[in-house]
Design a protein around this ligand. Structure first.
Ligand SMILES: *[C@@H]1O[C@H](CO)[C@@H](O)[C@H](O)[C@H]1NC(C)=O
Ligand SMILES: *[C@@H]1O[C@H](CO)[C@@H](O)[C@H](O)[C@H]1NC(C)=O
Ligand SMILES: *[C@@H]1O[C@H](CO)[C@@H](O)[C@H](O)[C@H]1NC(C)=O
Ligand SMILES: *[C@@H]1O[C@H](CO)[C@@H](O)[C@H](O)[C@H]1NC(C)=O
Ligand SMILES: *[C@@H]1O[C@H](CO)[C@@H](O)[C@H](O)[C@H]1NC(C)=O
Ligand SMILES: *[C@@H]1O[C@H](CO)[C@@H](O)[C@H](O)[C@H]1NC(C)=O
Ligand SMILES: *[C@@H]1O[C@H](CO)[C@@H](O)[C@H](O)[C@H]1NC(C)=O
Ligand SMILES: *[C@@H]1O[C@H](CO)[C@@H](O)[C@H](O)[C@H]1NC(C)=O
Ligand SMILES: *[C@@H]1O[C@H](CO)[C@@H](O)[C@H](O)[C@H]1NC(C)=O
Ligand SMILES: CC(=O)N[C@H]1CO[C@H](CO)[C@@H](O)[C@@H]1O
Length: 581
């Protein structure tokens, strides 16, 4: 039988040394204890061809002509854990005509064979993160996966020489044999798009300042946030002719916080004398500060990595966001008045209630006024209220229920004077969070229902009263049901159901700019014996709907036991209206 790396609940997409954090002699609390599992047995069809894994997303709309393609890195990632990232010189291809905002696509192609955990990884261009992802877990006959990402917004970097860094924290030994064979391409496409003189919200930045750790170093360029008081910061300086600034945040959570939305409150842990389980409750947020003032936050989507909960759920259809983790933009233009002084400032990150470990970094996208050497700005209004938070616990022994609610809002208004005139920008974020958790069967059963709403609004007004409004309404939902039963003889059975929803509506000047509705349901069971999966099954159904001003995309797909059961794609808006209500 072929073999497979399976990790249950814990330890997933995780790049720190694999020390079992929990003693495995613990009793039967299978929903609480999230150890790693692997197996020599591969519960899969026997054949010789590698399996192709994929994440369901809308294909990138490409211009007809491809100018050029460039293999930027080919590397085998074997024992790379704790070592420096792989570095290579990036040079824009000389045969690529024009510097006129071509469409630029990153293509990640990888294969792996044998047994391996899922590993988090990142790609940086001179310290600017352009891709955060998780590897697929290999199979004995091998797996292949390809991810394409539109990286046009990083054009300013891609048109000049840079250092490309890739870090995957992989560990290879006699048991975990999977080496990741990776090829990274950049594809450049022609576009006829004419540059807008007053660059609107869609334009790409002229300069991107990395808010990440400096090379040379070991591990990734991300900051590692280990606990709730850990603050990681970076000093930076911007040119004095900036007229717009957007901070893009990358985030992923691992080890004790990989399943943060299922973590128990500390009073439960203390009452039950169970310091071996992950605590600090189920609420987390990434806090972004500028010179020690909270200016933004990210309430992240609950990405489940390829080995999470029951790895069989995510084969071959990977979890939402697992192959291309979302990044989050915060418009900080109103704050430019504070940082246009030519001196150094700090951006820092912390994570409310964090347990070890969060990987966080950011890119500061800056738009420069080509017609002046100095712009001016002033912050007019700023409001950042403290987090509103409530927790209602009701438990007896290991069973009970917990309801957590939280809200936050941040808003700011400021003007910037440039050769475009005086532009007043108001930027706001508002968040709400609710999490209901039930523990039953002496904590063998856990049910979590979580909803995050995450709204961003940017409103820009010039003297000529032309107004631009960009709104983003995000809704992230998670349902997780996990039930385990002790079978004796160091074995147990578990079933799990997971629902993930990623919804985002973007409005421009009040009318729809794009919308995505991405819903995944997964069910599975596994029999775990002596920390190995003896048998099991995973099934997934997914509905993906996307539309923007260029068209529509709909996909209805399902898989079970590694096989796609149905896969319906609709590409045309008119057909979509007729087929799906
Ligand atoms: C999964 O497929 C394999 C091979 O086709 C088959 O042997 C196995 O019984 C299936 N498992 C389940 C639970 O249906
Ligand atoms: C970019 O790198 C290439 C290849 O190393 C080199 O030939 C070229 O001179 C560099 N360009 C600049 C502007 O440094
Ligand atoms: C939190 O993490 C930081 C960084 O590793 C460390 O210096 C600090 O001692 C930790 N604090 C606590 C309370 O563990
Ligand atoms: C708590 O657990 C530890 C380790 O399992 C044990 O040594 C200790 O006696 C327990 N304390 C109580 C009050 O049950
Ligand atoms: C940035 O933060 C570091 C560490 O806290 C501090 O030493 C430095 O003075 C700060 N710089 C500025 C410009 O505030
Ligand atoms: C706490 O849970 C118990 C058992 O489910 C229930 O009987 C009781 O009404 C709950 N108390 C509160 C305050 O919700
Ligand atoms: C987000 O926007 C939606 C749509 O306007 C609204 O219904 C919801 O209450 C908002 N949520 C928050 C947290 O602001
Ligand atoms: C899990 O999902 C299966 C299949 O959709 C469903 O039949 C079952 O009722 C679900 N179980 C729970 C507890 O939600
Ligand atoms: C997806 O396809 C399945 C199987 O054909 C069907 O039962 C289901 O209604 C479809 N869902 C949508 C939203 O079209
Ligand atoms: C990869 C990994 O972390 N493996 C660990 C899983 O748990 C067993 C038992 O606790 C450890 O021995 C392995 O090192």
């Amino acid at each position: 039988m072929p073999l497979m790396a399976v990790s249950f609940f814990f330890f997933i997409c995780f790049s720190v040394l694999q020390i079992p954090l929990f003693s495995t002699t613990t009793i039967h609390k299978t929903a609480l204890i999230r150890p790693n599992f692997t197996t020599q047995q591969d519960i899969s069809p026997k054949n010789d061809t590698p399996t192709t894994y994929f994440e369901v997303t809308n294909p990138i709309k490409l211009p007809k002509t491809k100018s050029c393609s460039y293999l930027v890195l080919k590397h085998d990632f074997a024992y790379t854990y704790g070592k420096p990232p792989i570095l290579t010189n990036y040079t824009p291809p000389s045969n690529c005509p024009s510097k006129k905002f071509p469409k630029i696509i990153l293509e990640w192609k990888a294969t792996s064979k044998g047994r391996q955990f899922d590993r988090i990884f990142g790609i940086w261009l001179s310290g600017v993160e352009i891709f955060r992802s998780c590897t697929a877990e290999p199979r004995p006959n091998g797996v292949i996966w390809t991810v394409k990402k539109d990286i046009t917004r990083y054009s300013s970097l891609l048109m000049t020489n840079q250092t490309l860094a890739v870090y995957i924290g992989n560990i290879v030994d006699s048991k975990y044999t999977g080496v990741y064979h990776v090829e990274i391409f950049v594809h450049f496409y022609h576009t006829e798009k004419v540059r807008n003189p007053f660059k609107g919200f869609d334009s790409v930045a002229d300069l991107i300042v990395p808010i990440s750790r400096n090379l040379p170093l070991n591990d990734g360029l991300w900051f590692e946030i280990e606990n709730s008081t850990d603050v990681q910061s970076k000093e930076f300086k911007i040119p004095q002719n900036v007229y717009r600034a957007v901070l893009e945040i990358y985030v992923s959570f691992h080890e004790n916080d990989e399943f943060w939305y299922g973590n128990l409150p500390n009073d439960y842990i203390t009452a039950n004398n169970r310091s071996d389980i992950a605590g600090n409750g189920a609420f987390r947020e990434v806090i972004v500060s500028l010179d020690d003032v909270v200016v933004g936050a990210v309430w992240p989507f609950t990405v489940i990595y390829t080995g999470g909960i029951n790895p069989l759920l995510w084969r071959p259809i990977s979890g939402i966001g697992s192959f291309d983790l979302p990044s989050y933009d915060i418009e900080i233009t109103p704050l430019l008045g504070k940082i246009l002084d030519g001196s150094s400032h700090n951006i820092s990150f912390s994570v409310t209630n964090a347990l070890n470990v969060w990987y966080v970094d950011a890119n500061l996208h800056l738009w420069l006024d080509k017609k002046s050497v100095k712009t001016e700005g002033k912050l007019l209004e700023f409001s950042s209220l403290p987090l509103s938070f409530s927790l209602a616990s009701n438990f007896t022994g290991l069973d009970g229920s917990f309801v957590t609610n939280a809200r936050r809002s941040i808003s700011m208004t400021g003007w910037v004077k440039s050769s475009y005139g005086i532009v007043t920008t108001r930027s706001s974020q508002s968040f709400s969070y609710s999490n209901s958790m039930v523990m039953g069967n002496d904590a063998n059963l856990q049910v979590v229902d979580q909803t995050i709403e995450f709204n961003d609004t940017v409103y820009a007004k010039t003297w000529s009263f032309s107004v631009q409004v960009l709104e983003s309404f995000k809704k992230f939902q998670l349902h997780m049901y996990s039930d385990g039963v002790e079978m004796g003889d160091k074995s147990y059975a578990s079933i799990s159901n997971v629902t993930l929803l990623f919804d985002e509506k973007r409005l421009k000047c009040g009318s729809s700019a794009s919308s995505v509705h991405n819903l995944q349901n997964a069910q599975g069971y596994m029999l775990v014996k002596d920390q190995s999966i003896d048998s099991g099954l995973g099934s997934t159904q997914q509905i993906y709907k996307y539309n923007d001003d260029k068209g529509c995309y709909f996909r209805n797909i399902s898989s079970s036991n590694y096989t796609v059961l149905y896969d319906k794609v609709i590409n045309s808006c008119s057909k979509l209206i007729n087929t799906v209500s």
